[in-house]
Design a protein around this ligand. Structure first.
Ligand SMILES: Cc1cc2nc3c(=O)[nH]c(=O)nc-3n(C[C@H](O)[C@H](O)[C@H](O)COP(=O)(O)OP(=O)(O)OC[C@H]3O[C@@H](n4cnc5c(N)ncnc54)[C@H](O)[C@@H]3O)c2cc1C
Length: 454
């Protein structure tokens, strides 16, 4: 990266400082500010806008699938999402590839449930392209996905809160009794018996003091863009001319957008040295990610040849975040579990995606292949004895760095959402801590609801 560019990004990151490698075991105090000064907020009464059985925080597919499964297990459910639409990295972040639903020998369907149902719904409107008749994965139209997720929420009578930020928990003797949310109506509270944390960063889990770490060398985030008229050689052109446009050496990929010939979903660069759970670093990364998109489009304009006419059609409304906080629950999934395709009696998800870790300095993808047909994710990585009414779902679940490289894809995390929803509903109806919910009962419910439980 050119010195000029580097300086501006560093300045934007401001007081955030590097926190990679940080370990925390308790809820931190209020955010540090550059001045070192603080202000004391006056105590105030906050309206309770809802009392429910299960409240899901974060509305990616993981969160929506958790809410749907909780509702289908008999719970009264609310879901809180800070963006204007559901979908998370797939919705606001534009990432549109779901991997295969079959075992590595392609003989057994190992992922079904809501992932499969949503693919079927999108197929009806030509909003999905299947590779190898569905045995090789899928490219989705993620704007259509957003509408399908809205429909799922409404059909299942879940109360949605969009444009709504989860701010803090109210904790009483280790149990979360309510969460404070902020939106155009001001600060409000939602009370629930059980909460699902599907915020990606584990904002609630951190708030209740569940142990987590922010590993050194986090996988860096990427700003995705849908662009038409790019030459096929764009990635090669970027490698050749990047210095002239202030881009660091990097590695990326692209995908087709179903039903939009000539349009690519581009994930070409990384915003290096970013801990996206830090607000200042996230701000800097958003601006840097968008600068990168303009820079590689300029490369295409200058060096892409006469027929080339790139047009920026859509820019992720949120930078795509790969990795931030990783929590410790009752079990930590390991690289060995994934590579040896270990079977778990409390398995709630199956996956085949290989271990894929993006290098924090070069963006190169480092792969390790599982030796077997599929690996499993156990329920014990979603629940902890230390948080009796919080279930984790999504990328913050309890794994080591390498296992995370495999389980982090959406077809896997969608299943963690479904399992979290059922677990939360059963804990709410049985007045039990989430870690005491019988895993076999969760598996039976999931299976009845259409999941592939093995
Ligand atoms: C650039 C990129 C490319 C990728 N490529 C692929 C791929 O090809 N295929 C694949 O399957 N996976 C891919 N992944 C990985 C995958 O997309 C993510 O790991 C996965 O989407 C994470 O899901 P999640 O539900 O845990 O988090 P997210 O999708 O990040 O969802 C978290 C949700 O919570 C909301 N939220 C967060 N904090 C709050 C709050 N305080 N209050 C309210 N709402 C909140 C967010 O807005 C968001 O909707 C990629 C990731 C990136 C970044």
């Amino acid at each position: 990266m050119k010195r000029r560019t580097f300086l501006s990004v560093a300045a934007l990151a401001g007081a955030g400082g590097a926190r990679a490698g940080e370990k925390e075991t308790a809820a931190p105090s209020s955010a540090k500010v550059a001045s070192g000064l603080t202000i004391t907020e006056k105590p105030r009464s906050v309206p309770i806008v809802q009392d429910c059985d299960v409240c899901v925080l974060g509305g990616s597919c993981t969160g929506v699938f958790a809410a749907v499964r909780a509702a289908q297990t008999g719970a009264k459910v609310a879901i809180v999402e800070k963006q204007n639409a559901f979908g998370g990295v797939a919705g606001s972040g534009l990432v549109n590839v779901w991997h295969k639903l079959y075992s590595n020998d392609r003989k057994e369907q190992i992922i079904a449930g809501l992932t499969h149902q949503v693919i079927k719904r999108l197929e009806k409107i030509n909003a999905v392209r299947s590779y190898r008749a569905g045995k090789g994965g899928f490219a989705l139209n993620t704007d259509e996905l957003k509408i399908e997720l809205d429909r799922l929420v409404i059909e299942n009578k879940i109360t949605p809160y969009l444009h709504t930020f989860y701010a803090a928990p109210q904790v009483d003797r280790g149990r979360v009794t309510a969460v404070f949310i902020e939106n155009k109506n001001g600060r409000q509270a939602i009370r629930a018996k059980v909460f699902v944390d599907a915020t990606g960063d584990g904002d609630l889990a951190r708030g209740v003091g569940l142990p987590f770490e922010i590993r050194k060398g986090l996988q860096p985030p990427t700003t995705c863009a849908e662009i038409s008229g790019l030459p096929n050689s764009t990635l090669k052109l970027i490698m050749k001319h990047r210095e002239e446009f202030g881009l660091a050496p990097d590695h990326g990929w692209d995908s087709i957008v179903p039903g939009a010939p000539g349009v690519k979903m581009c994930a070409y660069m990384h915003a290096f040295n970013t801990d996206a759970s830090d607000a200042n670093q996230l701000t800097a990364a958003e601006i840097e990610g968008r600068r990168q998109v303009r820079a590689y489009m300029d490369i295409a304009r200058k060096y892409g040849g006469e027929k080339n006419d790139p047009c920026l059609l859509d820019l992720g409304s949120h930078i795509g975040i790969r990795e931030t906080r990783s929590f410790t629950a009752n079990y930590k999934l390991t690289e060995t579990d994934v590579l040896t395709c270990k079977r778990f009696p409390d398995a709630i998800a199956n996956g085949t995606y290989h271990i894929d870790v993006h290098d924090p300095k070069t963006g190169k993808f480092k792969f390790k292949e599982p030796k077997g047909n599929f690996y499993q994710i156990p329920l014990s990585v979603l629940v902890s004895d230390k948080a009796p009414n919080v279930v984790l779902a999504g990328r913050m679940i309890s794994t080591d760095r390498s296992a995370f490289g495999g389980i982090r894809v959406m077809v896997n995390l969608n299943q963690t959402g479904e399992a979290a929803g059922v677990t939360a509903a059963l804990a709410a109806s049985g007045a039990k801590p989430v870690a005491r919910v019988d895993a076999q009962s969760v598996r039976k419910h999931l299976s009845k609801l259409g999941a592939a439980i093995i």
